[in-house]
Design a protein around this ligand. Sequence first.
Ligand SMILES: Cc1cc2nc3c(=O)[nH]c(=O)nc-3n(C[C@H](O)[C@H](O)[C@H](O)COP(=O)(O)O)c2cc1C
Length: 205
Amino acid sequence: MAERAGIWEQGAEMASKSPRDPRQAARLLEPGPVVLVTAQFRSQPNVMTAAWVMPLSLDPPRVGVAIHPSRFTHELVTRGELFVLNLPTLDLLEAVHRCGIVSGRDVDKFVQAGLHPADALEIDVPIIEECVAHIECGLAERLSLGDHDLFVGDVLAVSADDELFTDRWQIADDSPLIHHVALDLYAGLSRPYTARLEREEGEES
Ligand SMILES: Cc1cc2nc3c(=O)[nH]c(=O)nc-3n(C[C@H](O)[C@H](O)[C@H](O)COP(=O)(O)O)c2cc1C
């Protein structure tokens, strides 16, 4: 049994739950790592913060990002059919927030946020030099599912920091990845837990 602490323990003991607005489903699932999406069309690159990002398939490797049609990035990915999910760390928090509240239609966010474009491995869309990992994608499909569209990407190349990511994130006492909680509130993962199941009698190892 994992050790429980603080507000989590109190919440579990009180076990009081109330019905919520269905829109809260997204908020409940939200604390995955935040990414910076880069896209480009006709030599105009842009960067946008996104929290609604998900793995969709291992074989073929595919990921998805939900993007509202009002975003400049929506237009760039639709036209250019390529995008990169760049993984930022907590030292980039200010840049991450800035890229999530201003539009590339109005400003050059690379300049304003102090981010540097660099060549990707496979595609003609810049990666962000300051980020620790990059998932380069070709647009496989765009699905209209509600007020956001799901951009499904075929993963064409992946690069990642060798110390922070081996075959998984090296999370010791904390994680440098950024998780979005709400509005301007972000969090880091404070510690990892390993799930250990007791072996049933007769079960093979
Ligand atoms: C933490 C955070 C997460 C966000 N996640 C998303 C997202 O998943 N999808 C989306 O369409 N917009 C998301 N946004 C909003 C866009 O980043 C924002 O509208 C941005 O200004 C769009 O930039 P663009 O017009 O240059 O594409 C998020 C904003 C923040 C601050």
